[in-house]
Design a protein around this ligand. Structure first.
Ligand code: TXA
Ligand code: MG
Length: 317
């Protein structure tokens, strides 16, 4: 299967592959036409840049202006569920004409690049054997629930993907990578997306707190409505209606609605994160009117779970 995927990438095709966070939809990051096909397949706006996936830190260094912050984060967390945003070339310099490069479209023509080394054997083998970085957003139609199983990709993007790689245990974390922006001059950093690696974990490595969050949106993806279910999603429900599709964390109510799934009967937040998208996909397919979610503690990876849920529940009208 990997061989088919390599051929597809070489021919400008799209390959879905498992990572430890969510399924990615990959294209050759250097192939402008493949990258444009990727945006079209997801119906993703062209201003929303992609994460460039590498098989090693050495490979990453070739595509950006690497610095001490990047080195420290790579030592601590790579491979793993972390994406760093860095300058593509050193401050005040122009890119070398023959330097290794990804297509402008992959970075939405920004002077920065998002880099990540996934911690999954299938993803790493694919990128390593391909020999070049692979641009990969999550393998879902833009704005919809993220995919954590091959079947999610088949169901929602099956007709536009050339190869879907399988794995016995894909996406053990279940939420997208933490995104840390270290592209600003100096030594600061900003947290652009919550994930399994916590803000405290990053702080401990970079030895300073993040810049305070301002109102300005720095990650173009944060502009968008996201993680949308077809049914209405209602949060912090303690007394569900019998006709709800219910997502429980911890002890389920008695009697529980007919369509009830429990993210973690033992109230384990990591387990809940790993099941979140898969269970939302399932409840979204029931005949219930709405999906009700019981409260989830705002601790550890619970912060990232709640951020996804809040954005999923947001309806701009
Ligand atoms: O865990 C993950 O990160 C998964 C797996 C497949 O690796 N990928 C993923 O990609 O979540 P995507 O495209 O769904 O989310 C990438 C986010 C978007 O919000 C995008 O705006 C942001 O990263 N991003 C990419 N390049 C950026 C840049 N240069 N500056 C700021 N944000 C950037
Ligand atoms: Mg996504």
């Amino acid at each position: 299967m990997i061989e088919d995927a390599l051929v597809a990438l070489k021919n400008g095709g799209l390959v879905a592959f498992p990572t430890e966070t969510v399924y990615g939809l990959g294209a050759d990051a250097a192939n402008k036409h493949a990258v444009m096909k990727l945006y079209a397949a997801k119906n993703r706006p062209a201003f929303n840049p992609l994460i460039v996936h590498c098989a090693s830190v050495e490979q990453m260094r070739e595509y950006c202006a690497w610095d001490d912050r990047a080195e420290a984060l790579a030592n601590a967390f790579m491979p793993g569920p972390l994406t760093i945003i860095v300058q593509r070339w050193p401050w005040g310099k122009f890119p070398e004409p023959d330097a290794p490069s990804v297509s402008e479209e992959a970075c939405a023509k920004l002077p920065t690049i998002a880099l990540r080394m996934p911690d999954h054997p299938v993803a790493l083998e694919l990128i390593q054997k391909y020999g070049k970085p692979i641009a990969a957003p999550s393998a879902n139609p833009s704005g919809m629930l993220s995919p954590t199983r091959a079947e999610h990709v088949r169901q929602h993007l099956g007709d536009v993907v050339d190869v879907i790689l399988e794995a016995p245990n894909p996406c053990r974390i279940g939420l997208e990578s933490t995104i840390v922006d270290i592209s600003m001059r100096g030594s600061g950093w900003e947290l652009l997306r919550q994930g399994a690696i916590s803000q405290e974990g990053i702080e401990a490595v970079l030895k300073m707190p993040p810049f305070p969050k301002d109102e300005k949106i720095r990650s173009p993806g944060q502009l968008l409505r996201h993680y949308t279910t077809h049914k209405d999603l209602v949060l912090d429900v303690t007394e569900p209606l019998p006709e709800d599709a219910l997502l429980v964390f911890g002890v389920a109510p008695h009697p529980a609605p007919r369509h009830t799934l429990n993210l973690s009967p033992e109230s384990n937040l990591e387990e809940a994160a790993s099941r979140l998208f898969a269970y939302l996909h399932l409840l979204d397919k029931t005949d219930a009117k709405r999906i009700a979610v019981m409260p989830i503690p705002e601790q550890g990876i619970g912060v990232a779970i709640n951020e996804r849920l809040r954005r999923g529940a947001f309806r701009p009208y």
